[in-house]
Design a protein around this ligand. Structure first.
Ligand code: 3PG
Length: 214
């Protein structure tokens, strides 16, 4: 998959809804009902972070939920990319980017949303052909004001900011031209997941899905 194809696919996934839930699944039994709850609320693109022992199995289980587009987050190495693809991930997300990780995603045909946080990192990815990037950690790195500033010299790169994004500050990002969507964990709170309160997660998803985009 070429970088241009990767970015095209990443943009398509980012446009599915204003918010991509960032999920930390501790218990495999939560995977399917969690995905069903989020999809029912209107958030089809789901990022399962590879941070828990059951993450790959969770991707496998969630990939079967109708209407969901399940990806793997926290990709750090080419081995992560291979494992994610094998588990059925339809896209990948990385906190930053490295040449080896990018090459692995291109070789495996796994559309990647690569992370960048400085003008130099954004330019390096753009040079390689990536026009859709994750801005992480968003709030800690200058937030919406940074992305507004970078949109002036580098308008051709569009972002999915993630990290510290909430229902409250998401509109600051979503109203800008160079933002495709935001990522965040607020739609799947740990406590609601632990008590199996899927109705609450659907409610949070629906609230997020209704956020206006600019
Ligand atoms: C992460 O990697 O944990 C994501 O960026 C989510 O961040 P958040 O929990 O602040 O939404």
């Amino acid at each position: 998959m070429t970088p241009a194809e990767q970015s095209l696919k990443a943009a398509e996934i980012c446009r599915l809804a204003p918010v991509v839930p960032v999920l930390i699944v501790e218990d495999l039994a939560q995977a399917r009902p969690l995905a069903e709850a989020l999809v029912a609320g209107g958030l089809p693109a789901l990022e399962v972070t590879l941070r828990t022992p059951c993450a790959l199995d969770a991707i496998r289980a969630m990939a079967e939920v109708p209407g969901g587009v399940v990806g793997a987050g926290t990709l750090l190495t080419p081995a992560d990319v291979k494992a994610a693809k094998k588990a059925g991930a339809k896209f990948g997300v990385s906190p930053g980017s490295s040449p080896a990780l990018i090459a692995a995603c291109e070789d495996e045909g796994l559309p990647l949303l690569p992370g960048a946080v400085t003008a130099t990192e954004i330019m390096a990815l753009l040079e390689r052909g990536y026009t859709v990037q994750k801005f992480f950690p968003a709030e800690q790195s200058g937030g919406a004001a940074f992305l507004k500033s970078i949109g002036s010299p580098i308008p051709q790169v569009r972002f999915c900011p993630t990290g510290g994004v909430s229902l409250k500050n998401a509109p600051d990002y979503l109203r800008m031209q160079n933002i495709l969507c935001v990522g965040g964990s607020w739609v799947a709170p740990k406590e609601a997941m632990a008590r199996g309160d899927w109705a609450e997660i659907t409610r949070l998803a629906a609230e997020a899905a209704a956020l206006p985009r600019g």
